[in-house]
Write a protein that binds this ligand. Structure first.
Ligand SMILES: [Zn+2]
Length: 187
């Protein structure tokens, strides 16, 4: 069986999300947001993707209903976060990422689905660039950190595979020598 790709975030992530939401995104107070860790490395345009926000559809909203009475709504938005990245950085960078993702949400109460997604011209939103002025290179810094950790992990996995092969080979040799012994005893 394939390994599972996603993992549910824990209370700590939701707490941080609530902090960010109450400080900077009051208009999204009613949005049902789920956070999922993505365990797989992803790239887009040659760059590592650290997080992504996704607008759900009717099917996912139905499948994520908490009560089947349809009085409560299902998940409106899902924030995907690279788990390795998340394990490496300080809270301030986590906040930056959550803020960036929520910045993609446009609240449109007049529409059938009140949460639409918007893009940004450059790599970030102007408002975010202003807020992160104390550390303008933060994204590059955390991306490099994450890439390095992935590299280390890949090397470690290669090494483990190599060792496993070696162990298998040795145990095969052992089997062969046992075989010799058996033959010798028979003689
Ligand atoms: Zn973005």
């Amino acid at each position: 069986m394939d390994d599972l790709r996603y993992e549910d975030a824990a209370e700590a992530e939701y707490k941080l999300l609530e902090k960010v939401r109450s400080e900077s995104f009051r208009e999204l107070f009613d949005a049902k947001i789920k956070i999922l860790f993505d365990l797989r490395k992803k790239s887009s345009g040659g760059k590592i993707v650290l997080a992504k926000i996704y607008k759900t559809n009717e099917l996912i909203r139905h499948l994520t209903l908490e009560n089947l009475d349809h009085l409560t709504m299902g998940t409106d938005l899902i924030i995907f976060i690279d788990k390795l990245f998340w394990s490496l950085v300080e809270e301030i960078d986590k906040i930056r990422v959550l803020r960036h993702e929520l910045r993609h949400v446009d609240y449109c109460p007049e529409k059938k689905f009140s949460y639409q997604l918007i893009g940004h011209d450059v790599e970030d939103f102007e408002s975010e660039i202003r807020l992160n002025q104390d550390d303008i290179g933060w994204r590059k810094r955390v991306a490099e950190l994450t890439l390095l950790a992935y590299q280390q992990r890949e090397e470690q996995e290669k090494e483990e595979k190599k060792n496993a092969k070696k162990v298998a080979k040795e145990s095969m040799k052992k089997d062969e020598s046992n075989l010799h012994e058996v033959f010798e005893q028979k003689k």
